[in-house]
Every structure is written in structure tokens, then in C-alpha cells.
Design a protein around this ligand. Structure first.
Ligand code: FMN
Length: 182
């Protein structure tokens, strides 16, 4: 199956990218195909022309993302909680598209520096996913990210090893069940 793995922040020094890398690695170990789309490496201007209208040209990085969204069997969003919500750049990226998300399965990796694991961002992600016609799926909440994964995306809090493995299993199962019949 094909997984689009979006890193939802472009902040200098962001730590949530570690969680996205770990998820990518674990999916690949299971033989899955992944596409890593890191917002830090992309040019995402404020929403101008959306992909599904004839209002004019769409940024190249968004056009590329559109192809990946259409191809993906599941979109995994790795999202740090910012001010009890999701980073603005991720919302901007999502807002460029709409019909592309129809019935698309979504999974979520939410991250916080403290103890709440980004649950308030997760709640907003569920709302957004439903509005764009996607299917909200499994999630993992990662608290105290600095103590959970090191800079090389290695697990440093052993309690999380099973949690990551369970998340990957659930994501595979959820996606498999929703894969369109060819
Ligand atoms: C702009 C901003 C707002 C934040 N707001 C919250 C918040 O509302 N709740 C929370 O638990 N952590 C919050 N944090 C801390 C993040 O959880 C922390 O930065 C963590 O390392 C994950 O995000 P990162 O990938 O940017 O490092 C905030 C961080 C930033 C930069």
C-alpha cells in the first residue's frame, strides 16, 4: 500500500519530525511504500488558487502533493500541537485541495513537548478530516517528545516501542479495509 507521510510543521528546530521519521521507517520495514512530504522543504504560500478551480496557476509543490494525495491509500499527518490547534502551514496546505480527499483514509501522529500528546490538535484534525470528506483513522499521541525520540528518531522511552508498533498495525489494517477494489 502507499502511504503519504506529511510533516506538518516547518519550524526551525522542530522535534515532531522525529516521530514522522520513525513512522516512515516502521512502515518501510513492513514492506509498505511511503512518500515523505516535509513542509519545511516546500514552498507553501498563503492559499491563492486552489487545485480544484480554474482560478489560475497553483504552486508547484502543491501540484506535486496533489498527485501524491490522489495516489495514496492513506495520508498520515504528523502534527505538533500549536496553541491548542494545528500549525498554520499545515492548515494552509490542506486548504489548497478538496475533492482530492474524498473518502481518503487518514491517520495521525500528534506531538507535544509536555504531557498531553497533542490531543487538542487531534480533535481539530478529526473535524478537518470530516469536513474535507476524508475518513479519520488511527492515531498515536506522543508526549514529551524530547524524551521519547532522539535526533536520529530512535526510541528513548521504551514504553513507546509497543505504542508505535500498535499504531503501525492499526494503520495497515484500517487502510487495507478501505482500499478501493481494483
Ligand atoms: C507556536 C507554538 C505553540 C505551541 N503550543 C502548544 C500547545 O498549545 N500545547 C502543547 O502541548 N504544546 C505546545 N507547543 C510546544 C510543542 O508541543 C513543542 O514544540 C513540541 O516539541 C512539538 O513541536 P515541534 O515539532 O515544533 O518541536 C507549542 C510550540 C510552538 C512552537
Amino acid at each position: 500500500m502507499k502511504f503519504l507521510n506529511i510533516v506538518g510543521t516547518a519550524r526551525e528546530g522542530r522535534k515532531s519530525v522525529r516521530a514522522a521519521k520513525k513512522v516512515d521507517e516502521l512502515l518501510q520495514e513492513k514492506g509498505e511504500e511511503t512518500f515523505f512530504y516535509d513542509l519545511k522543504e516546500k514552498e507553501i504560500p498563503p492559499v491563492g488558487n486552489r487545485t480544484y478551480t480554474d482560478e489560475g496557476p497553483v504552486p508547484e509543490d502543491i501540484q506535486d502533493l496533489r498527485e501524491k494525495v490522489l495516489e495514496a491509500d492513506c495520508i498520515i499527518l504528523t502534527v505538533p500541537e500549536y496553541n491548542h490547534s494545528i500549525p498554520g502551514i499545515l492548515k494552509t496546505t490542506i486548504d489548497y485541495m478538496y475533492p482530492e480527499y474524498d473518502e481518503k483514509p487518514f491517520a495521525y501522529v500528534t506531538v507535544s513537548g509536555g504531557g498531553f500528546g497533542g490531543v487538542r490538535a487531534l480533535s481539530h484534525l478529526h473535524d478537518i478530516t470530516l469536513e474535507i470528506g476524508g475518513q479519520p483513522g488511527p492515531s498515536i499521541q506522543i508526549s514529551n517528545i524530547s524524551k521519547t525520540l532522539n535526533e536520529d528518531a530512535e526510541i528513548t522511552d521504551e514504553a513507546y516501542r509497543d505504542r508505535f508498533n500498535n499504531f503501525i498495525e492499526k494503520v495497515q489494517e484500517f487502510t487495507e479495509k478501505r482500499k478501493p477494489v481494483q
